[in-house]
Design a protein around this ligand. Sequence first.
Ligand SMILES: [Zn+2]
Length: 675
Amino acid sequence: MTAAGIIALAIGTGGCGDKGKKAEPAINAANMDTTVKAGDDFYKYANGKWLKNNPIPAEYSRYGAFEVLEEENYTQLKTILAEASADKNASTGTVNQKIRDFYNAGMDTLKIEKNGISPLKAELDQIDAFKTVADVQKMIIQQHASGNYPLFYLFSSPDEKNSNQVIATTYQGGLGLPDRDYYLSEDTRSKEIRASYLKHMAKMFVLAGSTPEQAAKDADMVMATETELAKISSTRLELRDPATNYNKTDLAGLQKMAPGIDWKAYFEGIKLTATNEINVGQPKFISGMAKMINTVPVDSWKVYFRWDLINSAAALLSSDFDKEHFAFYGTVLSGVKEQRPRWKRMIDQTSGSLGEAVGQLYVAKFFPPEAKKRMVELVNNLKVSLGERIEGLTWMSDATKKEAKLKLEKINVKIGYPDKWIDYSNLTIGTDSYYANQKSARQFGVNRDIAKIGKPVDRSEWGMTPQTINAYYSPNMNEIVFPAAILQPPFFFMDADDAVNYGAIGMVISHEMTHGFDDQGRQYDKEGNLHDWWLADDSKNFEAKTKVLVDQYDNYKILDSLHVNGKLTLGENIADLGGMNVAYNGLLKALKGKDKDAKIDGFTNDQRFFLSYAQVWRANIRDEETMRRLKEDVHSPGDARVNAIVYNIPAFYTAFNIQPGDKRYIAPENRANIW
Ligand SMILES: [Zn+2]
């Protein structure tokens, strides 16, 4: 809901595992396609047979290492939820009772079917009764106070220039499609999506009781309003610039900036008293949106709010709504053929609403303490490794290097699970209604969030749950975080050799640390404040260095005619390239005194390092999903994460004997090298 991506620069957006493959060697030659030359397409060379033998299951838009681990994760969480849901003795108010009743209510499809759209009835009636702009404003307050966010978001966030303090932040929103460009672009795919979105809205309105004629008209009306919102929205590229999105003001300043809304009433309504510091993420959006409140006819707002309510609740309602919602957001946008079985979706929902409660059970059952110990060692080695890389840079002055190393030294590390768990005692979950439970959980979340504003940052908090297969760097906290679930093969092998671990989890660790020094992260100092600590010449050199990477990715072709967006993905690509260089340096240190060219399963250490990296990113992906991600995702596609990285690294050339004339050979002077 509150765009976690703003603080977290995650390594991937899916989940991952190696189901039933525990006995499989860490690097398995049977997954490779050696008919492809390593110098022509290393991604295919390393993964060709795996890709061929693992078609995408109907319920996935993408299927690769992350998703295989995600399946394993479902199996583990299923055992936890099966136990919890059968626990008749859990007394009211305990975490076990809440998990049990939340999951069971979600699985009670008989009741959900019977209820149809009735859970929304009171709010829909209220919207139908809109008469004036004041009614519209009242509805914004009411929805935001309950954790649903038509038009824009408001959430807690560290002050970008005073990272110990939590302040309120507004952020653009209000769109039913995942990006402004879908409303405004004239390319074939965007037009297709707009046409399908109109049909989808009309179908949903019919399900909610409108005549087909009225439904079609209403869909057009929503599209018109959302298109106006899209026009005042920032692009994804603009959203990546921290300075542009930092505009601190106070209540009076906001009232002046966006006079169309009564902000005092708004803050009172959402029970926020600390309004002396507010970061307006996108001023153009907030003032334009507030103006629209008064210029768009109330009848249009009626339809807009009606749509927002139905759309945001669709997956929680009876199957006619749920299925039509999936047909658009799953099938049209991502190409997914089939909805996941309900038990998986209810695991996701329970895990989303009671994240750390489920996480606590998950960690107790599935996270071995030795994994944490091994990770601490790896992180420490890789910190030293990045320090050495910084010391050795030829393009950076000693003064900036000194600051960079201080920042590196200060990076905080979190592994596995939080020391302090979220207290869910103020959340009431019952057996009556799945929708009501969802609403309570949402309310609990928003109350917690609003309560943080105006207080010091709680540095013990986590931005992901332990059962999440992912990792992140937070620029405001200057910290790297590795949830328990990513500490499994093919990322982390408790017993495998160093080369395999450094190529996978070692690269993940280094990737996250490098985020502190990517084009965004470098703008924050060691305390997590947006503050320039670079000498001007060093910044210039950095930009020239990153330009090489931007150009390489801009030229990286996907699906014949589409290209990666080098600027949108720059932060991730810097982190991938730096991550690999730092991890490789770490491997060399770990192998000191050992026979570097000794082979395991036929591969040298260097070869295993690069093969291990390549298998983390193996994935088959549907064309629709590829197109969607190229527009929306700051991460490059898996094949680019391999092929656009390894040919920049000298050790790769020796490991696989890559020669001039090989398709992806890059002459040394043209290779990208930043950290
Ligand atoms: Zn990342």
